[in-house]
Design a protein around this ligand. Structure first.
Ligand code: AMP
Length: 419
């Protein structure tokens, strides 16, 4: 029986990897410029970290986690998101004793048992950034600014920034009650899941894709009309700072985000090129998560970018793959040894070079060089060897030159690295 990958789990093959590396390198460069440091967290955590952090009555915790019991009887879960783990690491290692303000980013795979479709997988990658320890709305805007700067830098266009305020633990309960009262009158329109959500977590109904649920919620009360003065002031400042940063945004009162820990500022960046799974990234403030996980009272804000979706939006005309600088086509045993010696030197000098291992004809070696899209081919032929020369062919311009063997390494370095 042929063994295949599990549904919703993807291989990322060498011809695509250039895009992934480009995105990751750009994220590192930009985030570090904004004062963020990388953190790496485990793939598996105790289940209660997520059930307490993300919220029992969320889709993720209710039905999407990969949870299992290990050989010692502990309930463990493959991480469905990164924020809860980063918070746990910050508390566990008392990172706050070094500096109460921590700016951290993380790149890695997440696991959710969702129905796979285009743009939605069971293992998917996220780029995460989090700021802990700052309540000032200036940081909300700064995080969004960094995010948009990054998305533009990788080449994304036609993006829409949507923002909302979800209030806090003082004002949201009143909104929740109002929403519940409003929806109870329309409960006959709600799907089975939303009937249940109406009791456990009515805000989740905004995220339901079922048409009748969307209709039921169309003119529901807006959370922004219920937020307290403190939340309102915070939100006004966020908008002011976003404008100062030159960012356009739209207010989306229906964006509530799928995780329970968000408070106050919530944001998403959507692309209308993406179809139904149109959110490239989302995030927000979470001022209660630390307390829920069982730690200090620390405010936090962050976002997670879906890498598969981001990568599907990269400019189509841009080249992301790195091809060899040079292919060495050697003919005969002696030349083959020379090629081997030379290629080792070239690799040590940062030149991407390839050679033939099978003693093939010149024609077939040239064919391979073409297929690999090498920039130059160095031909070490019998006749040239007698004259102490090699031929360097520029595969694009098709021009050729003879290079003395004793000067090979230096000449190649000048031609290739200073080209
Ligand atoms: P969330 O952690 O749910 O706020 O999601 C943040 C981002 O991760 C989304 O905007 C998507 O781009 C991406 N994402 C979430 N779930 C999936 C999934 N199942 N497959 C692929 N990307 C996803």
């Amino acid at each position: 029986m042929e063994i295949k990958a599990i549904r919703g789990f993807n291989d990322i093959l060498p011809d695509e990897i250039g895009k992934w590396q480009f995105v990751e390198e750009t994220a590192r460069e930009i985030f570090e410029g904004f004062g963020f440091s990388e953190i790496r967290i485990p793939v598996i955590e105790r289940t209660e970290l997520f059930s307490r952090g993300i919220g029992e009555a969320t889709d993720i915790v209710e039905k999407e986690m990969y949870t299992f019991t290990d050989r010692s009887g502990h309930s463990l879960t493959l991480r469905p998101e990164a924020t809860a783990s980063i918070v746990r690491a910050y508390l566990e290692h008392q990172i706050y004793t070094f500096d109460p303000v921590a700016k951290l980013y993380f790149i890695g795979p997440m696991f959710r048992y969702e129905r796979p479709q285009k743009g939605r997988y069971r293992q998917f990658y996220q780029i995460d950034a989090e700021v802990f320890g700052v309540e000032n709305p200036m940081v909300d805007a700064e995080v969004v600014l960094m995010l948009i700067h990054f998305l533009k830098k990788v080449g994304l266009e036609n993006l829409e920034l949507q923002i909302n305020s979800l209030g806090c633990r003082n004002c949201r309960p009143r909104y929740r009650e109002e929403l519940k009262k409003f929806l109870e009158k329309k409960s006959f329109q709600l799907c089975e899941d939303c009937q249940r959500r109406l009791q456990t977590n009515p805000l989740r109904i905004f995220d339901c894709k079922v048409e009748t649920c969307q209709e039921a919620i169309a003119d529901a009360p807006k959370v922004m009309d219920f937020i307290c003065d403190e939340c309102q002031k915070h939100f006004d400042k966020v908008k002011e700072y976003l404008k100062m940063g030159g960012l356009d945004f739209i207010l989306n009162p229906r964006m509530v985000r799928g995780l329970d820990y968000y408070t106050r500022t919530a944001f998403e960046v959507v692309s209308y090129q993406l179809g139904s799974q149109n959110a490239v990234t989302g995030g927000g403030r979470y001022d209660n998560l630390f307390k829920d996980i069982g730690g200090l009272d620390v405010p936090g804000i962050g976002f997670a970018i879906g890498m598969e979706r981001l990568i599907s939006l990269l400019p189509k005309d841009k080249e992301f793959t790195q091809y060899p600088h040079l292919f060495i086509a050697a003919l005969g045993e002696e030349n083959s040894k020379k090629a081997y010696e030379l290629i080792n030197q070239l690799h040590l000098h940062g030149i991407r070079a390839e050679l033939d291992y099978e003693g093939k004809s010149l024609k077939s070696q040239m064919r391979r060089a073409n297929k690999l899209r090498a920039q130059y081919v160095l031909i070490l032929g019998e006749e040239e060897l007698r004259r102490g020369k090699a031929v360097l062919r520029n595969m694009e311009s098709k021009s050729q030159e003879e290079i003395p063997m004793r000067d090979l390494l230096n000449t190649l370095k000048t031609r290739i690295l200073h080209d």
